[in-house]
Design a protein around this ligand. Structure first.
Ligand code: FE
Length: 137
């Protein structure tokens, strides 16, 4: 992962659309089946909409039928941070971008084998590039 990014609230507001800001900086959730990547299945890499950090490879994306982009694994161990989320009366695991702390969504244990994981991610937190981005150390 490249260096941590810190921006003020108003800097993020300038850079992002209202919905991207609401989801990534205020831990919002887009309405299901409305996001631009829910039914998007091209080859490439999904990156953080805020900072460009590569988060998911297209080959881990699958259709869970829940209305949000779903991935069976993160691209690497470093770019996504997990946080306990006890909001809304549920015990969930929030996922955030390690580089800029953007809220991405949640990870659940009902994904496909072999990982058994479902990274349930808001389209508004993501951008897409058809490039395969190589691991960088
Ligand atoms: Fe980020």
């Amino acid at each position: 992962m490249s260096k941590k990014i810190h921006k003020t609230d108003s800097e993020w507001k300038q850079k992002l659309t209202d919905e991207q800001y609401y989801v990534t900086r205020q831990a919002g959730t887009e309405r299901p089946f409305t996001g631009k990547f829910n039914s998007h299945f091209e080859d490439g890499t999904y990156v953080c909409v805020c900072c460009g950090e590569p988060l998911f490879d297209s080959n881990s994306k699958y259709d869970h039928g829940c209305g949000w982009p779903s991935f069976s694994q993160a691209r690497d161990n470093e770019s996504i941070t997990e946080k306990s989320d006890l909001g809304l009366g549920m015990r969930r695991t929030e996922i955030i971008c390690s580089r800029c702390d953007a809220h991405l969504g949640h990870v659940f244990n009902d994904g496909p084998k072999p990982t058994g994981l479902r990274y349930c991610v808001n389209s508004a937190s993501l951008d897409f590039t058809s490039e395969k981005i190589e691991e960088q150390e």
